[in-house]
Design a protein around this ligand. Structure first.
Ligand code: NI
Ligand code: MN
Length: 226
């Protein structure tokens, strides 16, 4: 499984011959100015919730690649009414077997409105199982007790958690989240993009390490193998 970070909470996972792109927010992100959005490949675009910093480039990339947008019913309906050809609506607690593996849409504690003010349904996260591996992307969320259910029922190889604080959980709660989901390899997202979410990288890594966990903070444009 190849994992590429595109800044903020945008990343792609290449698995089973398909590319899954999550929460595309590239062109408005000054820190991702060196990423050429026209070169991003996606077979699926998975969207956790409706906020601008998670959907900004979704339509552009989905249409260019003929990709399928996967999100909650409200967000997929909004995109299909705006010219997206392929959408797969889900809702909380539901799973679907795609060609590359299984996706489950799970709870997040946050808000969700689309850029034009349309109701974006309840925000979520995803559990993806593909190619013999399982990972969890929490989306924008507070720490919540339902994460313990994920730890009980899934064996996660890695998880993608927001760590920037203010709009989502911060580092201390993300360490607790890693304990709830029983996962030792965490990729941090949703930090440093705006003034409210700047973090101390070394302190964050140390706090995870103190609990026997690895926090991976990637460079924008970097790809790692997981
Ligand atoms: Ni948000
Ligand atoms: Mn956000």
């Amino acid at each position: 499984m190849n994992f590429t970070f595109y800044g903020h909470a945008c990343f792609s996972v290449r698995t089973e011959g398909k590319t899954l792109l999550f929460d595309p927010f590239i062109t408005p992100n000054e820190q991702a100015a060196h990423v050429n959005v026209d070169q991003i490949v996606a077979d699926y675009v998975l969207i956790s919730h409706g906020h601008e910093d998670h959907v900004a480039d979704a339509r552009l990339i989905a249409n260019k690649n003929d990709a399928t947008v996967v999100s909650n019913f409200e967000i997929v309906s909004w995109f299909t009414s705006r010219g997206i050809k392929n959408g797969h609506p889900m809702n909380h607690g539901g799973s679907w077997k795609f060609g590359f593996g299984t996706v489950k849409y799970v709870n997040a504690v946050h808000s969700s409105v689309l850029p034009d003010g349309t109701y974006g349904g309840n925000p979520g996260g995803f559990i993806v199982t593909s190619g013999g591996k399982t990972f969890y992307y929490a989306g924008d969320t507070a720490l919540h007790m339902d994460m313990k259910l994920i730890g009980e029922y899934e064996k996660l190889d890695f998880a993608v958690l927001p760590i920037g604080d203010n709009f989502t959980m911060g580092v201390d709660d993300a360490v607790r989240a890693a304990e709830f989901i029983r996962c030792d390899k965490i990729i941090g997202v949703h930090y440093d993009t705006f003034g409210f979410i700047k973090i101390d990288h070394e302190e964050a890594k140390r706090k995870f390490a103190e609990k026997g966990k690895e926090l991976i903070l990637m460079k924008i444009g970097q790809t790692i193998s997981l």
